[in-house]
Design a protein around this ligand. Structure first.
Ligand code: SF4
Length: 144
């Protein structure tokens, strides 16, 4: 059910051909993408990442800098919704688990959000991952 609705959401955002300038696009990440042993403060600024290679934050920061889009981390659903509802944000690529994506999509309508499911090689909520290729493809869909 949730998978179908997430797919349906992505399909309708693509069908509407939503486009935005890079600086109007937000890539929203869950805290669990950061390696659990890392003390760098990514909530204040993702560029606090030291690029040690222990998690995929390095690759995400490089991708978002290359494309000129904003990358932010959220500690929870409330913070994520606040970031998405920022009037300066015209389109979003949201990375999260299926449950969080489903709840997030419902609470941020009508803002266009392309959802990318995160990978759970160690189970939920710890040292999660994401397909950087899927994030890149979602961003290229949105960038005008
Ligand atoms: S790549 Fe960045 S965020 Fe990930 S563990 Fe290293 S310093 Fe921390």
């Amino acid at each position: 059910m949730k998978t179908t609705l997430i797919k349906l959401n992505n399909w309708q955002v693509k069908k509407r051909q939503v486009k935005a300038k890079p600086h109007e696009i937000l890539v929203l990440c869950p805290r669990c993408l950061q390696n659990h042993t890392c003390a760098q403060d990514l909530i204040s600024d993702v560029h606090n990442c030291k690029h040690c290679g222990k998690c995929q934050v390095t690759e995400l920061v490089k991708l978002c800098d290359e494309l000129g889009v904003n990358l932010k981390f959220a500690t929870g659903g409330g913070m994520a919704v606040k970031l998405v509802r920022d009037p300066g944000v015209k389109a979003v690529v949201a990375i999260a688990c299926e449950k969080e994506l489903f709840m997030g999509l419902l609470t941020t309508i009508p803002k266009p959000v392309l959802a990318v499911k995160n990978l759970l090689p160690h189970g939920p909520c710890v040292n999660t991952g994401v397909s950087i290729q899927n994030v890149r493809e979602a961003l290229l869909e949105l960038i005008e």
